[in-house]
Design a protein around this ligand. Structure first.
Ligand code: SF4
Ligand code: SF4
Ligand code: SF4
Length: 349
């Protein structure tokens, strides 16, 4: 059963409270590195960093509304090349699901017992250009503060967010060891820290680094807000899937391909996708249309909807729409949900 705790926020400084919490947690738990988004000052922005000096935690910002890469893909590369005594990954819900899915499809290295999965609530992110525009006006800290303030007020859905975020199925992380909860939470005063179970709560010494247990009201309010957001997004997603199906029935390949009319085959969408790798593993000399179709269907079945493919496309190909619709259809047929822990992929049953 979850153990729900809170940390206190002083003078509305939510990010500072979070940073101090992670710092204290580091010290109590012999963490050796944290992979997380950090703020940059010149030019102002955010990038992913492996933090090995706890002082650097003071620039961590997992709530800046931008996603530069899918952290799960970065984590995979890091774990392939380094070993840490205890690495904490701070992940948005889609990134966490991607990390788990990479495990399901056999791409994670073994021996990850000391990798701690920390999930953060995510109201969605902006396209990088829009993020930069808003950062130029407000700065990263103020922009983040305004996002957190909106969360507190229950204003969660915005049409300026990426399409993938407007239809995202998972605004709160599932299967994280520890969740940093801000949605539907009075973030100017508290942040929720939720351990997956009593064992993790005790192992991570969360009692020592938090203030007290969360109240029933705090938890149920968060659930209500999350439920309302999930409903809104489901509505947008269903409408989008229905429009797509009307415009482009699945038996009309020509129509589907017309979405790619502007594609220049630059490959940036594929590079941005941590799940896509079949060109690296498939032996090209015996690649056939059937082999490609099978591998594409497996890739799409494992898609976790992170939106990085569409974000990287400079030609405006509506990949979130296409990928989400195909993923939905394939997963329905296969009765598969990408990103669920210990799930057997259908093609090795
Ligand atoms: S796809 Fe979902 S989890 Fe990922 S950034 Fe968007 S809202 Fe957040
Ligand atoms: S990023 Fe866009 S233009 Fe480039 S290959 Fe992908 S869909 Fe085509
Ligand atoms: S196909 Fe696109 S949305 Fe799906 S996991 Fe890859 S990058 Fe993310």
């Amino acid at each position: 059963m979850n153990v729900n705790r809170i940390i206190e926020v002083y003078q509305g400084e939510t990010l500072n409270a979070l940073r101090e919490f992670i710092f204290a947690w580091w010290q109590h738990n012999n963490i050796t590195a944290v992979l997380a988004p950090v703020e940059l000052s010149n030019p102002a922005g955010v990038q992913l960093a492996v933090i090995e000096d706890p002082q650097q935690l003071m620039s961590v910002n997992p709530f800046a509304p931008v996603m530069i890469n899918n952290t799960a893909g970065e984590a995979l590369q890091i774990l392939d090349n380094h070993s840490f005594e205890k690495l904490a990954l701070i992940l948005r819900p889609c990134e966490l699901r991607t990390f788990i899915e990479l495990g399901n499809i056999g791409r994670l290295p073994t021996g990850l017992e000391n990798t701690l999965l920390v999930g953060v609530d995510c109201p969605g992110v902006l396209y990088p250009d829009e993020f930069r525009r808003q950062v130029d006006i407000l700065g990263v800290e103020t922009l983040t503060r305004s996002v957190l303030h909106d969360l507190s007020e229950g204003h969660l859905q915005s049409t300026s967010m990426r399409k993938a975020c407007q239809i995202c199925r998972w605004s709160s992380p599932s299967r994280a060891d520890v969740v940093i909860g801000v949605m539907g939470v009075d973030v100017e005063n508290v942040i929720l820290i939720i351990a997956r179970d009593e064992i993790i709560d005790a192992r991570e010494h969360l009692e020592r680094v938090t203030f007290k247990l969360a109240s029933e009201y705090q938890l149920s309010h968060r659930e209500t807000i999350l439920g309302a957001l999930a409903e809104k997004r489901e509505e947008v997603r269903n409408k989008m899937n229905a429009n797509f199906q009307d415009q482009c029935p699945f038996n009309d390949l020509g129509c589907l391909l017309s979405f790619f009319a502007n594609c220049t085959l630059c490959g940036e969408c594929l590079k941005a996708c941590p799940i896509f790798e079949f060109r690296k593993t498939a032996s090209l000399h015996k690649a056939s249309l059937v082999e490609d179709l099978v591998l594409i269907s497996r890739w799409l079945a494992s898609c976790t909807g992170c939106g990085m493919c569409e974000q990287e496309c400079e030609q405006g190909v509506p990949l979130s729409l296409v990928v989400n619709s195909l993923n939905h259809r394939i997963c329905q047929e296969l009765q598969y949900t990408p990103g669920e822990i210990n799930q057997e992929v259908p093609w090795i049953k």
